[in-house]
Design a binder for this molecule. Structure first.
Ligand code: BTN
Length: 235
C-alpha cells in the first residue's frame, strides 16, 4: 500500500481536511498536523490537539478498506503494537483496547480513533490521535495520559507515525479472523463487567464478544448486541 504523507503545521482537523481531499478524488494519503484548531472526537466531541501530540488521518478508497469497523480495528491493533515497544516492561500489561477503539494504559486513554465514511465519493477517513508529548488538560488528567507523562521523556512523533504505518500496512492485509483474534488478545473490555451508554439507554452486563459491528453483553435480561456507545469498565 503506497501512502503519501502530507505534513501540515496547523489545520482545523486532519479528518475534515482528508474529507475535503476525498471529495476531490484524492486517495491513499496520510495527513498529519502539529496542531488542530478543531479536532473532532467520537460522538461529536472535541479532541484536544495542542502541540506535542500525534494527530493524523488516513484517506483510503472504500473498495480497498472494507467496513469502517474493520478499519477501526486495524487502527487500534496497530496503535497497540506500536506503543507496546515504547512502554517500559512494567507498564506493558496495562496497555489495551477499550471498546470500541480507545487505547488505554491502565484506565487512562492514550489514543482515540474516529473513522468517517463518504458513500457518494466512496472513500473512508481513519483519524487517530495519540497523546505523545502534549500536556493533558487539567480536567482530563484523571481519564487521559501521554507517553511523556508515563515514561518521563519526550518522543519523536514522526518515528512513532512511521512505526504505526508499518504495522498498519501489515495488519491491513490480514484476514478478518486474524484481525479479530489480535483485537481479542489486546482487548481490556472482553470478559469485563461493563456499562455501555448509548444515545438511547444504558446497558450493563458482561462483555463476551466484540466484532466489527459492536459488542455482545450478557445481561440480566439476556444477550444484548450494541453497536454504538461509550463503554465504562465497572470491575
Ligand atoms: C475519540 O473521541 O476517541 C476519537 C478521537 C480522534 C482524534 C483524531 S486526531 C486526528 C483526527 N482528526 C480529528 O479531528 N480527529 C481525529
Amino acid at each position: 500500500m503506497d501512502l503519501k504523507i502530507i505534513h501540515l503545521r496547523k489545520i482545523d482537523s486532519t479528518n475534515k481536511y482528508c474529507y475535503r481531499l476525498g471529495k476531490e478524488g484524492r486517495r491513499n494519503l496520510v495527513v498529519v498536523a502539529d496542531v488542530q484548531s478543531a479536532g473532532v472526537g467520537r460522538l461529536g466531541r472535541r479532541w484536544h490537539s495542542n502541540y506535542g501530540g500525534l494527530y493524523f488521518s488516513l484517506l483510503l478508497d472504500l473498495k480497498d478498506s472494507g467496513s469502517t469497523g474493520r478499519l477501526n480495528f486495524i487502527g487500534s491493533i496497530s496503535v497497540y503494537e506500536t506503543l507496546i515497544d515504547y512502554l517500559p516492561e512494567e507498564l506493558r500489561e496495562s496497555l489495551g483496547i477499550k471498546f470500541p477503539n480507545d487505547v488505554l494504559v491502565g484506565d487512562k486513554k492514550i489514543c482515540g480513533i474516529l473513522s468517517e465514511i463518504n458513500w457518494d465519493h466512496r472513500f473512508v477517513v481513519l483519524g487517530i490521535g495519540i497523546n505523545i508529548n502534549n500536556p493533558i488538560p487539567e480536567d482530563l488528567r484523571d481519564r487521559a495520559t501521554s507517553l511523556r507523562e508515563l515514561c518521563k521523556r519526550e518522543y519523536n512523533r514522526f518515528e512513532i507515525l512511521h512505526k504505526f504505518l508499518n504495522r498498519f500496512r501489515d495488519n491491513f492485509h490480514l484476514e478478518d479472523e486474524e484481525i479479530l483474534k489480535k483485537y481479542g488478545r489486546y482487548s481490556k473490555t472482553l470478559g469485563r463487567y461493563v456499562k455501555v451508554i448509548t444515545p438511547k439507554e444504558e446497558v450493563i452486563g458482561t462483555a463476551f464478544k466484540i466484532d466489527y459491528g459492536g459488542i455482545y453483553l450478557s445481561t440480566l435480561e439476556g444477550i444484548r448486541y450494541i453497536s454504538v456507545g461509550d463503554c465504562i469498565h465497572l470491575r
